[in-house]
Design a protein around this ligand. Structure first.
Ligand SMILES: N[C@@H](CCC(=O)N[C@@H](CS)C(=O)NCC(=O)O)C(=O)O
Length: 446
């Protein structure tokens, strides 16, 4: 893509001032020299090439005014083309996320499931957390894809380290090189977007589902016969309605809201999205002052959905998606809530911050053409995320009702490095959650 931008700029320059016969010869010689000089770093090769061309044509570097105007025109039209094809939008430039193609219809064979994820992806991250909490690691093996330079998912790396967290792998179910190949193995083939998360049935060789919300519901209650922790219910009947109600607020304004900010194609669309995002975060900050989790004392699926966006906020969305009004660490309650969930045994191991940063800054080319990855914010450091969150005092549930207590019981056997560091305070009598809280639905379609 970067070479395409360079070509556009070069051709516009040549149209403005066509080269003479002598200079054509020099250009050819210079092109040969440039290409011979450094084939290993195409970005530098193409920029030194452009430099040589402009120096030959004008005898010096281009005046900044002409340079900026030319590149701006070329870049704006290339950016517009790229965004309109890669990030569909409505007539006002607002991002429209394409619907998932494979929704779960309710029949499957628990013995032959395989999960495909990518570690940068917040939607895939949800499925990894619920899989871990429900003890489905053996029943549902996982293959971890890495983002390729064109934004598609590839299986290329094994190993790597990020303080004990999950790392990219090869394709353990089908031995494919790319996720697109895996999708293509299904009967009838497939020509659409090859997204993660994707749940695959090894028996029928077909995609079961590629919608994260369906997958986490299935993991929570549809695979208890093979789950290591079947008694945990992250969507108990008495909370289902509240969970859905929260999700109708969280999804458009926060989960997809950050993408609506980042992929907005007009100032108006960006202003609307960023306003809705931060109004919702403010509301959540108020709500979480008196409620340990969104639905009260019990962790539920909607907390997991919120968590995977919050944990990426200061690392990626604040900078790359222009969610700049505040950093997440400026929200006292939201940050403590995020740390509370991070410290639940097995959750930290699903967070790979290096992969998250690489996945956003190095791969989302239209938003970061230079691919320079900023330094990791210190507030996202593992040690800081392990600091006491002090939210135990908000819990008022009896032990039997509290999902957190069942985590404590179920993870006694698991020896994860973070399990030892976990802050074990259990206090009672905090204020009961205030679900009657004023809740305005800020959703705006997508
Ligand atoms: N609605 C889907 C969204 C999944 C999604 O957009 N995944 C992205 C990664 S964050 C992806 O795989 N994109 C690749 C592509 O669009 O080709 C879900 O919740 O599962």
């Amino acid at each position: 893509m970067s070479s395409c931008t360079s070509c556009c700029s070069a051709s516009s320059l040549l149209l403005v001032n066509p080269p003479t016969r002598a200079s054509r010869h020099n250009i050819r010689r210079s092109l040969r020299m440039s290409l011979n000089n450094d084939n290993t770093n195409s970005k530098f090769t193409s920029s030194s090439l452009l430099n040589s061309v402009t120096k030959l044509l004008w005898g010096q570097s281009l005046p900044p005014g002409i340079l900026v105007a030319t590149v701006r025109t070329a870049w704006n039209s290339t950016w517009g083309l790229m965004m309109s094809q890669l990030a569909p939008s409505d007539s006002s430039g607002g991002y429209l996320r394409p619907a998932s193609k494979f929704r779960f219809l309710g029949t499957l064979s628990p013995g032959s499931l395989h999960l495909y994820v990518g570690l940068a992806c917040p939607w895939a991250h949800r499925t990894l957390i619920v899989r871990a909490l429900k003890g489905l690691e053996e029943a549902v093996p996982v293959s971890v894809a890495s983002p390729g330079m064109d934004g598609s998912w590839e299986f290329k790396r094994v190993g790597g380290a990020d303080s004990g967290s999950i790392v990219p792998s090869l394709d353990k179910a089908n031995g494919c090189k790319t996720l697109k190949e895996v999708y293509g193995l299904r009967r009838g083939g497939y020509d659409g977007r090859s997204t993660v998360p994707m749940l695959w049935d090894k028996g029928s060789k077909d995609v079961v589902c590629n919608e994260s919300y369906d997958i986490i519901q299935l993991f929570n209650s549809g695979l208890n016969s093979v789950a290591g922790n079947p008694e945990m219910d992250l969507s108990p009947p008495q909370l289902k309605e509240q969970i859905e109600e929260w999700y109708r607020i969280i999804y458009p304004n926060v989960n997809n809201g950050v993408y609506r900010c980042g992929f907005a194609q007009s100032q108006e669309a960006y202003d609307r999205s960023v306003n809705e995002l931060f109004c919702t975060l403010d509301e959540l900050e108020d709500h979480l002052a008196n409620s340990r989790y969104l639905c009260g004392d019990q962790l539920t699926l909607v907390d997991i959905c919120l968590f995977t966006t919050l944990i990426r906020f200061d690392l990626a969305y604040n900078v790359l998606f222009k969610c700049t009004k505040k950093k997440l660490c400026e929200y006292t309650n939201l940050h403590a809530y995020m740390r509370d969930i991070y410290q639940i045994p097995k959750v930290a191991a699903t967070c790979n911050f290096t992969e998250i940063m690489d996945g956003y800054y190095k791969v989302l080319f239209p938003l970061n053409p230079g691919s320079i990855r900023p330094v990791m914010p210190s507030t996202s450091d593992h040690q800081i995320l392990c600091r006491p969150h002090g939210r135990e005092s908000l819990s008022s549930a009896t032990p039997a009702m509290n999902a957190h207590n069942s985590f404590q019981r179920s993870v006694q056997k698991v020896s994860h490095p973070l399990t030892k560091k976990r802050h074990h305070n259990s206090s009672k009598g905090g204020e009961t959650s205030k679900l009657a809280l004023r809740r305005k639905d800020l959703s705006s379609g997508n």
